[in-house]
Design a protein around this ligand. Sequence first.
Ligand code: AMP
Length: 447
Amino acid sequence: MESKGAVLMNRYELGRLLGQGTFAKVYYARNLKTGQSVAIKVIDKEKVVKVGLKDQIKREISVMKLVRHPNVLQLYEVMATKRKIYFVMEYAKGGELFKKVAKGKLKEEVAWKYFRQLIDAVDFCHSRGVYHRDLKPENLLLDENDNLKVSDFGLSAIAECKHQDGLLHTTCGTPTYVAPEVINKKGYDGAKADIWSCGVVLFVLLAGYLPFHDSNLIELYRKISKAEFKCPNWFSPDVRRLLQKILDPNPNTRISIAKIKESSWFRRGLKSKQIKSETGSKDVAPLDTDTASGSCKSNGMATEAKQELAKPTNLNAFDIISISAGFDLSGLFEEPCQKKKAKFTSRKPAAVIISRLEEIAKLLRLKVMKTGAGFMKFEGLKEGKKGILSIDAEIFEVTPSFHLVEVKKSNGDTLEYQKLLKEDIRPALQDIVWTWQGEEQQQQQLS
Ligand code: AMP
């Protein structure tokens, strides 16, 4: 049992219970060293293993690590004891957006601000092959500046979960927010399904009630399948038009995020003052027409860069787990051999990554043994301490212009490999790498 005032791992003082999900309790906590407020999600390991949620938790960690955006709740670190897993996350002081809506519909300009931030976050996730699949007001939290933070990636799926037809096949999500194609249990496109949910969220923010509701589940599904909804009379013509396009039961003709961003309602120029006074926030995003007309991504990236600088710690789950014997969760999350892996993401096409790896091999006098289907093998020319050094590189496509690359030693001496990785391979990859994962782990092992 986690009790108020208890100190976790000598690092965090636990505070009040913030909320509860099926498998987790979320507590407020304070970092004893820095004083920083965080939220800690406590998961019972036994329950997770019992109900086979291992993969889901693994996915949740990978997804949160992959997605760093000002409107996506950040995961700072993961810790574990024998029985519990602790996710230390960014604290969203404003709580659930849902609570605001439960008090009544929001003014159009306020709903517009949240919707813009939601679309910005979802667009960013999609560009990285991440689909949320459970977007609803309960998963939309607010920070102290009244900015939206998308949370709860428990049900999200990354591109690797797609079947060969490129469609997602798990039925999940909350009935009132899910797209017709998800209900119909046909394979579906995660991006299109998320867009539908964003439409339902927008409707709820503006109306104060759901677009599809019925006490009879069959009737509810019928309404969703036909997109049978009615806009209340206070909805402006612009937003009605947009909602019609988002809540299109046919995913093939449903509007794309790019088109949503081009729509007149999304681009409307609102005076920032109007919103500041409505939300009571001093720090809302600038809302001039320039930022509204499609440059919100770069605007988001600028904020992201600033947050990056201000960020206290940047440890990630696997690093902490694998360097800390006491927190050894490696069996739960990763194969032991993965500790030898270095991973990086790149925004370059696969061909560029492959040719750079070949150049490096040439430079380091390594033989390129095998290439094909995103897999490369390199071998040293001379015997090392433990035989010939052999390195594998595997390239995974997240999107055509976003790749995850895993580099690992498959034979030879570990220290020899790590030295090569640190002193030669990593610097030579510098300009094609977007982010390295396992940064801390690499440094610890080498020091
Ligand atoms: P979850 O298990 O992620 O659905 O979280 C359950 C509830 O805990 C949420 O609905 C929120 O009310 C609360 N909560 C979760 N994460 C946070 C957070 N980072 N900051 C503040 N409250 C949170």
